[in-house]
Design a protein. Structure first.
Length: 255
């Protein structure tokens, strides 16, 4: 108690210095709180942008052997995936199927290389709303271009362009797309991707009806994503061969 009385007496004697010190401490605490909030907001925003860009937080790809024994980047049917996802219950929010290819868009003598993502318009209404001012489901041959690519091609919504791309068999095909809209390109990831209808793109790259190349899964509680991945991995492994993405890319998990 004696120490406390001495401290209070000193504070009362140096009121201006005490007030300045208290203000500095309060300001420092405010800065720490603001920086923490800013960092958390930036992390959440980046996570949301990344999830929107790829369609979810967990990503699944598959390969199928062709008749000649060549591995093809495709999943022929979704039954095995849906069965595995059912084991997760309400731990996931949704899942989305996509295919993709890289090619060259051509319009009026201008050309631009970019990725094109095929997606099911009905399962990604939020993305459709951001891409299309109309908000309605686009036509089968619709394509949405990044504004930088549209400016390079000098193409406007409503006009038709050609897209030269590679099939899963390594051949070259050409498809016709109608520009349904132009969207502000996300500079955070430095990747320009166009968006098209999944079934229409599948037909151009040689995928059978109902097939897809990748699936993205949305997780309800992001801090629990590791546990969700383990459950999903075991569920997929119970019905067939499966490997972590890094292992599949290298062909082995050794080393």
């Amino acid at each position: 108690m004696q120490t406390l009385r001495i401290a209070l007496r000193n504070c009362a004697r140096q009121r201006k210095r005490t007030a300045m010190l208290a203000g500095a401490i309060a300001f420092g605490g405010l800065v720490v709180i603001m920086m923490g909030s800013f960092a958390n907001g930036l992390l959440a925003n980046s996570r949301a942008n990344l999830s929107d860009f790829f369609g979810g937080q967990i990503y699944i790809r598959g390969q199928t052997l062709s008749e000649s024994g060549r591995p093809l980047d495709l999943i022929a049917e979704r039954g095995r995936l849906e069965q595995a996802l059912a084991s997760l219950g309400d731990q996931i929010t949704d899942y989305r199927l996509r295919s993709a290819s890289r090619g060259t868009a051509v319009f009026a003598g201008q050309a631009a290389a970019l990725n094109v993502e095929g997606l099911d318009w009905s399962t990604e209404p939020e993305l459709v709303t951001r891409l299309s001012s109309a908000g309605s489901r686009p036509a089968a041959n619709s394509i949405f271009l990044p504004e930088g690519v549209a400016a390079q091609l000098q193409v406007k919504p409503g006009e038709t362009l050609l897209f030269r791309l590679s099939t899963v068999n390594g051949q070259v095909n050409v498809g016709e797309f109608r520009v349904a809209g132009v969207y502000a390109q996300n500079q955070e990831f430095g990747v320009a991707s166009a968006y098209a209808d999944l079934a229409y793109l599948n037909g151009l790259i040689g995928l059978p009806e109902g097939a897809f190349q990748s699936a993205s899964v949305g997780v309800r509680d992001f801090p629990e994503i590791d546990a969700v991945v383990v459950v999903l991995y075991l569920a997929l492994a119970a019905s067939g061969p499966v490997a972590p993405w890094r292992c599949a890319a290298r062909g082995s998990c050794q080393g």
